[in-house]
Ligand binder design. Structure first.
Ligand code: ADP
Length: 462
């Protein structure tokens, strides 16, 4: 069982969408409001400067047209909010429309626009006003007599333009918050509805994926379901097979025992009946131990033992081959089969017990599915590709082509009666396949009916 994940409360999609929408709305409104105010203010400033220059030129023309201009003449010009100043070349103020006593004003020679005018004929500048939120635009013009005529206009500065849009901005933000919440709720509902529908119809999940981004999820769900169904089918078939396999010997044991119990067996038959009971019980024992072995192997591969095997150590395949050949000699002899081995030095990282089981099962089959006078050869070594291998070759009955893939399935037998008669459980090759997988080994089966079978297990290169 996998470790349960620590449960974390899932985030709300509606809340995330709402925040994103609101952030986007507020940002775009603020940026466009500030951008518009800035552009507008720039255009407005340019306009003010242009107007000042034009008015200054007109005033200068009027003033100079009198021939002998006197500063006091400037009082004639009513320029509204514009301030008109006349400055002597030394900076002294000769006239100022805001005061009757221009001499009291400070020297204006340091003013940038005055300096520009003295140097180049005209000058302009913008300065902060003393009044908050205002700025003053100046335009200065050098007159023919060397004095400088200056016009000033006080306008609101860019910050006060912003201040003016601020309430509107706040109102827009409020609207965006409300709109964002409503939109987020609507969008979430529309986004989620197809997903919910998809989750309700898991059978067709891959065909009905509503968004392409969900294809991997649908794929995982589909394959997970398929795997689960396959596992379930396999488990059911296995249970049915096991029950069936156990029932047959039990029925015969029960039958013979009943005959003896009822006194229906003749005394001379009793040893034969005892022998049958013993044989069937032995069959059951080997079946149960094969099942136990398979379930143990299942547990190992589930626990990812292939990557981190618990008791893997270097195994000398040559020694193992000799040992198995020695142990199987009696069986071979009983079946009138000659058994030989050819053990070249080879070693793998693995479980000695499991590899012994693997080779014993293959050798056992080679003897059992053989003919009197047949021949079995066990061999091991290192292949031309550098991979260590174990090989069992026989010249027995062979396996038909169409059954060659299936013989590794649990309980699959080509010839059921022969398998049973020779003490087979139908699980031997399934166990072989499992052990090979645990060692990362690959199995090659070559067989021709009537000629014989070769099974070769190649291990990964060390
Ligand atoms: P069993 O216990 O029946 O031998 P196995 O899983 O070992 O089960 O083998 C499955 C089937 O494959 C056997 O029933 C037999 O028909 C066939 N088989 C296995 N090995 C050989 C072989 N060396 N020659 C011919 N047939 C074989």
């Amino acid at each position: 069982m996998a470790e349960p994940h620590t449960t974390r409360r899932p985030r709300s999609m509606a809340r995330m969408l709402r925040s994103a929408l609101i952030l986007l709305g507020v940002l775009s409104v603020a940026l466009s409001a500030f951008g518009a105010a800035f552009l507008f203010h720039n255009a407005f400033s340019e306009q003010v400067d242009r107007d000042l220059a034009r008015t200054a030129a007109a005033v200068a023309a009027g003033y100079e047209s009198s021939g002998t201009p006197a500063p006091e003449d400037l009082a004639r010009y009513d320029l509204g909010s514009l301030r008109l100043t006349l400055i002597a070349p030394d900076g002294a103020v000769l006239f100022d429309s805001l005061t009757d006593d221009p001499a009291a004003l400070p020297n204006h020679l340091d003013r940038p626009e005055v300096q520009q005018a003295l140097a180049g004929g005209a000058g302009q500048s913008v300065r902060h006003s003393e009044t908050a939120g205002m700025e003053t635009h100046y335009y200065a013009l050098l007159l023919a007599d060397g004095t400088v005529l200056r016009l000033a206009d006080e306008t609101s500065n860019v910050w006060s333009s912003y201040n003016r849009v601020l309430p509107l901005l706040l109102l827009a933000c409020l609207l965006i918050v409300i709109l964002g919440a409503v939109l987020a709720a609507v969008i979430t509902r529309r986004l989620v509805r197809p997903v919910t529908r998809m989750a309700e119809h898991l059978d067709t999940i891959e065909a009905d994926v509503p968004y392409e981004e969900l294809i991997p999820l649908a794929h995982t769900v589909q394959s997970d379901r398929k795997l689960r169904e396959d596992n379930e089918t396999m488990r059911r078939e296995f249970t049915a097979n096991v029950s069936h396999e156990l029932k047959t010997p039990l029925t015969s044991i029960s039958g013979y025992a009943e005959l003896i119990e009822n006194g229906m067996a003749k005394p001379e038959d009793i040893p034969a009946f005892g022998h049958r009971i013993h044989k069937e019980a032995k069959r059951m024992i080997s079946l149960v131990s094969d099942i136990l072995q398979l379930s143990e192997l299942d547990g190992m591969s589930k626990g990812n033992a292939a990557q981190n095997p618990p008791d893997f150590a270097p195994v000398d395949l040559a020694a193992l081959t000799k040992e198995v050949a020695g142990a199987m000699t009696m069986n071979a002899r009983k079946a009138y089969v000659t058994l030989q081995y050819h053990a070249a030095p080879a070693a793998v990282q693995g479980s000695r017990d499991l590899l012994t089981e693997l080779l014993t099962n293959l050798c056992d089959n080679a003897i059992r599915y053989n003919r009197p006078g047949g021949h079995v050869e066990l061999s091991c070594g290192t292949g031309p590709d550098g991979c260590p291998f174990l090989c069992v070759e026989d010249n027995g009955i062979g396996i038909p082509q169409d059954a060659q893939d299936r013989v590794f399935e649990r309980f699959y037998r080509v010839d059921k009666s022969r398998s049973k008669a020779t003490g087979g459980t139908g699980l031997g090759l399934a166990i072989v396949k499992h052990i090979a997988a645990l060692h990362g080994a690959r199995i090659e089966l070559k067989s021709t009916v009537g000629t014989g079978t070769t099974v070769r297990v190649s291990f990964p290169r060390e």
